[in-house]
Design a protein around this ligand. Structure first.
Ligand SMILES: [Zn+2]
Length: 75
């Protein structure tokens, strides 16, 4: 009975614990990831504030990605 978990974003129960997001949040996560990645490609020296100002991503979300080690961004 350990085949379920909780979405780390919205807390919804996920039936099979293969990822940390539910389908909806995973989709949003991917979208956000792509936006930041694209921005950093054009502006490699951008910081979290720059990214948030030029994408639809909130600063807290950008910081979360950085904390997770997904992106290497200057402080
Ligand atoms: Zn979710």
């Amino acid at each position: 009975m350990n085949n379920f978990g909780f979405c780390i974003d919205c807390g919804k129960v996920i039936e099979i614990k293969t990822r940390s997001h539910c389908n909806h949040c995973y989709f949003m996560y991917r979208e956000t990831f792509q936006q930041i990645k694209l921005y950093l490609k054009k502006h490699p020296n951008a910081n979290a504030i720059d990214i948030a100002n030029h994408t639809n991503v909130k600063v807290e979300q950008v910081m979360q990605f950085i904390r997770d080690g997904v992106f290497q961004v200057r402080p």
